[in-house]
Design a protein around this ligand. Structure first.
Ligand SMILES: CC(C)(COP(=O)(O)OP(=O)(O)OC[C@H]1O[C@@H](n2cnc3c(N)ncnc32)[C@H](O)[C@@H]1OP(=O)(O)O)[C@@H](O)C(=O)NCCC(=O)NCCS
Length: 126
């Protein structure tokens, strides 16, 4: 485990990367309290995002984007071709990913249970 300071505006947060095998976590803290995280893992030529959350009162401050940018740097270092994820369609997070350049590659029927599909989204690493 290692900790690096990142510049996340006035919050002066930290990034922690708990590197288990092929797994990359990025955590933003404010006064030792975790306020945002991104969890990802290396799957073949993809860095796959398993989850990202910013604590509600810290949203729209650029933290999610900062964590994504850190994941993008790791993806480049790992020579990944793409970043991928599954997301429930038409949610705010889906729109957020679209804004970051992700596009729907395929629909996964019944992914979240009977009748609830997911979008498999992809963004090239650049
Ligand atoms: C999605 C989420 C992680 C975004 O985190 P955040 O820290 O608020 O994101 P940022 O502040 O970095 O947003 C970056 C940009 O996206 C915009 N944005 C934020 N939320 C948005 C939304 N719901 N829809 C569209 N754009 C959005 C911001 O305005 C900002 O735009 P700008 O750069 O033009 O100013 C956060 O809303 C969240 O935790 N949602 C609940 C959990 C979730 O659904 N996670 C995804 C599934 S695992």
């Amino acid at each position: 485990m290692f900790i690096l300071k990142i510049n996340a505006g006035a919050l002066a947060d930290y990034k922690e990367n708990f590197s288990k095998k092929n797994t990359y976590y990025f955590i933003a803290k404010n006064n030792e309290k975790i306020i945002a995280y991104l969890a990802s893992e290396l799957l073949g030529v993809s860095l796959h995002i398993n989850g990202i959350t910013t604590s509600p009162k810290y949203r729209e401050l650029g933290l999610g984007r900062s964590l994504f940018n850190e994941a993008l740097l790791i993806a480049k270092k790992l020579k990944c071709q793409k970043i991928t994820l599954e997301i429930e369609p038409k949610t705010p997070a889906y729109l957020w990913y679209e804004k970051l350049g992700f596009r729907v590659e395929k629909v996964l029927p019944n992914y979240y249970g009977e009748g609830v599909e997911a979008y498999f989204m992809k963004r090239d690493v650049y």
